[in-house]
Design a protein around this ligand. Structure first.
Ligand code: AMP
Length: 691
């Protein structure tokens, strides 16, 4: 807990008991019919104490809501303003709205589609092109066998609780999270110790088992939010949408919950396509489906969303990365496991230090963390509201070597937007076992290497005589021994002549004699090393990134007359849905013709734009385009020169009609900055065009 918050909670507790004691004293004086001046003095002292108490309450409220005393309120108000603008301008809207919509399903409208397509184009450029990744596009409908092998059928669950009377379902961890947040933010009377406990629960929420979660819900007396009815114990609910492939109903399938499995099952072909060389990465952009228990928070938790995933395959014995040095010097907010467990906050760490100290498991994982940081900040995510949080021990799958989430802070708190995980060899091993197709890579030796190999040779005749129908089970168990077990058996057989051996498929020990198995080490020449590659997986929730980008870009500014607040999205040109608008200053054929000429040049230059020839005032037209985040506006006010206005500074330069399109193109393509343009071209000085 922040020191100021802790000390404020302590100070408030002291003041509260002082107010109570003084209140009692005043009542006692009145009961004892004390003199008026005496009672008045006591009341004045009480009022002073009450004033001091409310001043501490205000400071504490500000500390817990992270701003001024109205922090929580202004966050809500900010979100309302942003979301109203987003929905009114059709960035996104609830799907099937005329039928009252379905929770967790949203449509992107025209500007939303344009932003999404810009984000995906930049993703392809920043990752696929930069690393020569192999992009694939696999079906959403996936046969059950694939998701059984990956573990999703058994384990892709969230813990759910039910209202015991109405049957309404809730996500158990969300109820606990809401309870803790609400207590911390609204109940200023809780002790510093209680506040620290609630914060610890929040920090370790993802680490809690079903039992621990259930126990906390009971301990805090949490009930169903809508009815206050008691809740069931938490139990797992599988998030996959089930379907059936073909008309027979005999072939079960699921809508994929992630795109990654499509890449894993194609590993053999992709490896061959890559010239049987490691490392390489495959990438896929596509829809993923998760039947979320109680979706809320708009685009942040939906039931169908776009994922962009990378599976980078690497030799588990060499997780270095040739381009690691390019990102090692970056410094940004990181939140390692240790800091979370001890109640500290995220801090700025140099990525290279985090890797060299072993906080980040390996160079390749570090490389992708750095690349994700660059991707998000170049899109326009505020670097001070972006942190990389390491998974807690229980939060991470048992097979994973290390996991970090890129979390972005928005009005809903810190949101996981990109998961970056070293999944070791788990997925390829699982699909090799289930399909029988070895998904492995080989390192060819330049010179054959002599290696000692363990050879286990069961003597089938002796085993048959001894174990009859169980012979096959015993043979398989002997052959499956690892080197350590086999060498221990060899030593025991040599000293004692017989050992007890556990055969798991029989569920019992059997006696193995010296003549039943030969165990030896033989020298062999090997030309290659065959192994299952490890995979490092950055997985991007595109909708979450876009929503956070919307919030980080949104602001309001007063209109010229000061009578209303105008909405603006400060999208960088890279993601802006439309790069430029063209306005004739007044309705006039000559100006409209010039606008058409400029529009033609913009089209030829590949710049998305819009002509606005409505008779509305220029100020209103600017306000309309600012609300869509259009970075530049060309106003035609002569047939020779035009003005170009930049959205955020509202500064304008004069440029010839012929040059207008190329100037806008050079800035939107990032070949020069607006500052360069401002230096080079004459300024438009007749006041702000908004006037
Ligand atoms: P996961 O496989 O659970 O790590 O999810 C990968 C990424 O998908 C996360 O980092 C999120 O950005 C995104 N994501 C997961 N679930 C949802 C959801 N219900 N709605 C929107 N995005 C999601």
């Amino acid at each position: 807990m922040a020191a100021s918050e802790e000390s404020l909670r302590k100070a408030l507790a002291v003041k509260l008991s002082a107010v109570e004691a003084h209140g009692n004293a005043v009542r006692a004086l009145k009961a004892a019919k004390a003199s008026k001046p005496e009672i008045d003095a006591a009341i004045e002292a009480l009022n002073n104490l009450k004033l001091e108490k409310s001043s501490i309450e205000k400071q504490l409220q500000a500390a817990v809501s992270g701003g001024d005393g109205d922090g929580a309120l202004s966050r809500e108000a900010f979100r309302q303003a942003a979301v109203n603008t987003l929905e009114r301008r059709l960035f996104y809207i609830p799907s099937f709205k005329i039928y009252r919509g379905v929770a967790g399903l949203y449509d992107y409208g025209p500007p939303g589609c344009a932003v999404k397509s810009n984000v995906l184009a930049f993703w392809r450029q920043h990752f696929v092109l930069e690393e020569n990744m192999l992009e694939v596009d696999c079906p959403c409908v996936t046969p059950e066998v694939v998701l059984k092998a990956s573990g999703h059928v058994e384990k892709f669950t969230d813990l759910m609780v039910k209202d015991e009377k109405t049957g309404t379902c809730y996500r158990a961890d969300h109820l606990l999270k809401d309870f803790c947040n609400e207590k911390l933010q609204k109940d200023l009377t809780i002790s510093a110790e209680k506040a620290a406990e609630l914060k610890h629960v929040l920090a370790t929420l993802d680490d809690l088992s079903a039992e621990a979660l259930g126990a906390k819900i009971k301990e805090y007396g949490i009930t169903a939010p809508d009815t206050k009815n008691p809740l069931s114990d938490p139990y797992p609910f599988n998030l996959m949408f089930q379907t059936s492939i073909g008309p027979s109903g005999l072939s079960p399938g699921y809508m994929r919950p992630e795109t990654a499995q499509g890449i894993f099952v194609n590993f053999k072909d992709l490896y061959y396509y890559n010239g049987n060389k490691l490392p390489f990465a495959a990438a896929q952009i596509g829809q993923a489906f998760r039947n979320e228990i109680s979706p809320r928070q708009g685009l942040l938790r939906v039931r169908e969303f776009t994922l962009a995933e990378i599976e980078h395959f690497v030799d588990p014995e060499d997780k270095s990365h040739p381009k690691y040095f390019e990102v090692a010097g970056l410094e940004f907010l990181m939140f390692p496991r240790e800091e979370q467990m001890s109640g500290q906050s995220a801090k700025k760490i140099c990525l290279g230090d985090a890797v060299s100290k072993g906080i980040v498991n390996n160079e390749t994982l570090g490389y992708f963390i750095g690349r994700v940081y660059l991707f998000l900040t170049r899109l326009g995510i505020d670097k001070d509201r972006l942190r990389f949080r390491q998974h807690l021990a229980n939060e991470m799958a048992h097979y994973a070597a290390d996991c970090w989430d890129a979390e972005i802070e928005c009005s809903y708190g810190w949101i996981e937007c990109v998961g970056i995980a070293d999944r070791s060899a788990y997925d390829l091993r699982a699909h090799s076992e289930k399909s029988g197709v070895p998904l492995v890579a080989a390192e060819k030796f330049s010179e054959p290497r002599e290696v000692e190999k363990l050879v286990i040779a069961p003597v089938k005749k002796e085993l048959g005589l001894a174990f009859k129908g169980n012979q096959k089970n015993v043979v398989e168990a002997l052959e499956a021994m690892n080197e350590k077990e086999a060498l221990e058996m060899k030593a025991a057989l040599e000293s004692k002549g017989e050992v007890e051996f556990y055969v798991c498929t029989l569920g019992k020990n059997v006696p193995i004699k010296k003549n039943m198995v030969s165990i030896s080490k033989e020298k062999k020449k090997e030309h290659q090393r065959v192994f299952t590659p490890s995979v490092i997986e950055p997985s991007f929730g595109i909708g979450r990134i876009i929503y956070c980008l919307f919030e980080h870009s949104f602001y309001t500014r007063p209109s010229k007359a000061g009578d209303e607040q105008l909405n603006v999205f400060r999208f960088p040109p890279l993601v802006a849905p439309i790069k430029c608008t063209v306005f004739p200053l007044v309705q006039n054929q000559q100006y409209e013709d010039v606008a058409k000429v400029i529009s033609k040049s913009l089209t030829a230059a590949g710049i998305s734009h819009k002509i606005d020839i409505t008779g509305t005032s220029i100020g209103k037209r600017y306000a309309r385009t600012d609300e869509l985040g259009v970075p530049f506006a060309i106003t035609v006010d002569s047939t020779k020169d035009v003005t170009i206005r930049e959205r955020d500074s509202k500064l304008q330069v004069r440029v010839s009609v012929e040059e207008a399109a190329s100037v806008v193109k050079s800035v939107t393509d990032g070949h020069r900055t607006w500052e360069d343009v401002w230096e080079k071209f004459p300024h438009h000085t007749s006041g702000s065009a908004d006037d």
